[in-house]
Design a binder for this molecule. Structure first.
Ligand SMILES: [Fe+2]
Length: 295
């Protein structure tokens, strides 16, 4: 049986101008060169040989339309546009500075309209959740996990899936119940461990404040995990925390991607580590396992 290869990219933080810096909270040494690295990534063999390229948000650093245009132009030049699926991240939709309160609903609509323009440019779905089945063996469910309508930078990175989106996800999961490999793609991590667990996993621990600032509300995380368990979701892919993670939560595999355009540290100095081998090879193994399921 032919394999089906998925590449998972995340947190590209592209900018309209090539030399612009990433808007990260660093006084000195904010990252630059994301656009150049992205050009290298899309030209790489791993991407060129992928059947599907999933981007789990923060395509843009500031959510502007010129950057979306750069993204889609680059993807088109690399001849992979029809294989790319995108879910938005907080940098694509949320307010990264501060704004005066008006009615939250108005801001929610404005925030979403911004991302819709960028998604539509690449022919992407703009209603969430969506389901996309590029192969009879695989279906991907895309969620919008962003805290739309936020007022300040303190709340822009929080997650929010919402009850109605989860309810619609439940219907979509049921509708695609015969597809053996079900994958959920979203920007936020639905599992940011407490300090003790992070240390046990060998990860950088998040402070309580950091967890609150990046977390999906507990009731929504639990509901999502329950849906994954009951509908036999094999894999949940996310980004947001800019670190590579691979763990199982009540039997469901959760994989987080590092920021794909950020060089990783190595003994020889910083390198553009693409693919993030841990993610790529292990994801591949999930699909090998799917061959055991009669279809
Ligand atoms: Fe990010």
């Amino acid at each position: 049986m032919n394999s089906f290869r998925i590449s998972h990219l995340s947190d590209l933080h592209l900018t309209a101008k090539d030399n612009a810096a990433r808007s990260e909270p660093k006084l000195f040494g904010a990252l630059t060169g994301m656009n150049a690295n992205f050009r290298k990534i899309v030209a790489s063999r791993a991407i060129q040989e992928s059947d599907l390229v999933l981007v789990t948000g923060d395509v843009t650093d500031r959510g502007d339309i010129d950057t979306w245009k750069f993204f889609w132009d680059t993807v088109e030049k690399a001849n992979i546009k029809d294989r790319v699926r995108v879910v938005p991240g907080n940098h694509d939709v949320c307010c990264l500075g501060a704004r005066l309160p008006k009615t939250g609903k108005q801001y929610r609509e404005e925030d979403m309209a911004k991302a819709h323009k960028g998604l539509l440019m690449g022919g992407q779905p703009t209603k969430f959740p969506w389901a996309y089945s590029p192969d009879p063996r695989v279906v991907v469910f895309g969620l919008n996990s962003n805290n739309l309508g936020n007022f300040t930078a303190a709340t822009n990175a929080m997650g929010d899936i919402g009850y109605y989106q989860l309810k619609d996800l439940a219907s979509l999961l049921y509708k695609h119940r015969e597809v053996p490999v079900k994958i959920i793609a979203m920007h936020h991590s639905p599992n940011i461990p407490e300090e003790k667990t992070a240390i046990k996993r060998g990860q950088r621990p998040f402070s309580q404040l950091d967890r609150i600032g990046h977390q999906v509300p507990e009731s929504q995380r639990r509901m999502l995990n329950l849906l994954c368990v009951t509908h036999k979701v094999r894999l949940l892919l996310h980004g947001h925390l800019h670190m590579s993670e691979d763990r199982r939560i009540t039997g469901v595999r959760y994989i987080g991607a590092a920021a794909s355009t950020a060089p990783q540290h190595s003994p020889k100095g910083p390198i553009l580590q693409f693919p993030t081998y841990q993610v790529s090879t292990r994801t591949h193994r999930v699909f090998c396992n799917s061959a055991l399921v009669p279809i």
